[in-house]
Design a protein around this ligand. Structure first.
Ligand code: ADE
Ligand code: ZN
Length: 349
């Protein structure tokens, strides 16, 4: 690997913000800022159980994943029309570009919307058009990953796949999210097998709150290429070895883990342990509007709390490109830009 000398803390923080990176774990519905939720509620005549933006923000005090999901699904209820999905994704991509995100792989939860009578076309076409426009206008690359809600049935996931079938050219893969404990990956074995036959990339949330066994079954039953979160892997030495050996990426979300009380204090986060064990860990924002920060905030806060170094920073950004579903040609371009960014910082230190 490119040799990275240590940097002074202030300089390292600046480098974390400036370095090019990929974001591989962002739920687009989790990028809805309270201001946009209120604006869309007004535009669409959707009543909200909160009197103001401030009152909504006040409700963002979570004790676990479920306490967050209840508010997150309520926030998504303001999304009705293709333009709403476009506006939400465009706002995220503009914000991500400011954090020097070169490439984003964006999760979306269609069942949250189709259950309210929104057409699958409105969801996917709005998000996809925002990705295309952002590429042209902001120079940021962005693709879409359709997530199945694991608290719903296998039949609902199959129905969702069927509705999305005519639009599969606009997504690169499928994932699995929502309430983890009690909904093991194997519940969706047959849906994921079908998605694999269709040539889609496969990812799944596993080991966020759930046990290492869920990470094993995401790998061995669903045959996913990446694990979203995966931080519970440290409790299983054989699993750590498997993840390191096969370079299975983990899309880690430090501020999410803190806000959902997986690691109540960021100084106890195990990102550094995962990296030092040779795993392909990456840093991501998960639901930035709800967890107090976009990707750069995740980088700077977790580095400050756990005393990671410039070498870790380089590794994390490099991993994010390696772990992406982008073309080899794009990856080489971004990795070259990453090396240049580091050389600039080291020279001027
Ligand atoms: N949906 C949005 N954010 C999520 C998370 N952190 N875990 C599971 N499902 C989610
Ligand atoms: Zn997530």
């Amino acid at each position: 690997m490119f040799k990275v000398p240590p940097l002074a803390p202030q300089r390292l923080q600046k480098l974390l913000r400036a370095m090019p990176k990929a974001e591989l774990h962002i739920h687009i519905e989790g990028s809805l800022e309270p201001e946009l939720i209120f604006a869309l509620a007004q535009r669409n005549g959707v009543p909200l159980p909160y009197a103001s933006v401030e009152a909504l923000r006040q409700a963002y005090a979570f004790t676990n994943l479920q306490s967050f999901l209840d508010i997150y699904y309520a926030g998504a209820s303001v999304l009705l029309h293709e333009q709403d999905f476009y506006d939400m994704a465009r706002a995220y991509l503009a914000r991500a570009a400011m954090d020097n995100v070169a490439h984003a792989e964006i999760f979306f939860d269609p069942q949250t919307h189709t259950a309210r009578g929104v057409a699958m076309e409105a969801v996917i076409n709005g998000l996809h058009r925002a990705c295309e426009d952002a590429r042209a206008e902001l120079g940021i690359s962005a693709t879409l990953i359709l997530c199945f809600l694991r608290h719903l049935s296998e039949a609902s996931a199959f129905e969702t796949l069927e509705q999305a079938q005519p639009l599969l050219g606009k997504i690169v893969g499928v994932g699995l999210d929502s309430s983890e404990v009690g909904h093991p990956p194997e519940k969706f074995a047959r849906v994921f097998a079908r998605c694999r036959e269709l040539g889609l990339h496969l990812v799944a949330h596993a080991g966020e709150e759930g046990p290492p066994a869920y990470i094993w079954s995401a790998l061995d039953v669903l045959k996913v290429e990446r694990i979203d979160h995966g931080v519970q892997a440290v409790h299983d030495a054989a699993l750590m070895q498997r993840l390191a050996q096969d370079r299975i990426p983990l899309t880690v979300c430090p501020l999410s883990n803190q806000k959902l009380c997986v690691f109540p204090d960021l100084k106890d986060h195990n990102l550094r342990q995962l990296l030092d064990a040779g795993l392909c860990a990456t840093v991501n924002s998960d639901d930035p509007a709800y967890f107090g920060g976009y990707i750069n905030e995740n980088f700077t806060q977790v580095f400050a709390a756990t005393a990671m170094t410039a070498r870790h920073a380089y590794q994390l950004a490099f991993n994010s490109f390696e772990a992406s579903f982008a073309s080899q040609a794009d990856k080489r371009v971004w990795e070259h830009r990453l090396k240049e960014a580091f050389e600039r910082f080291v020279e001027h230190d």
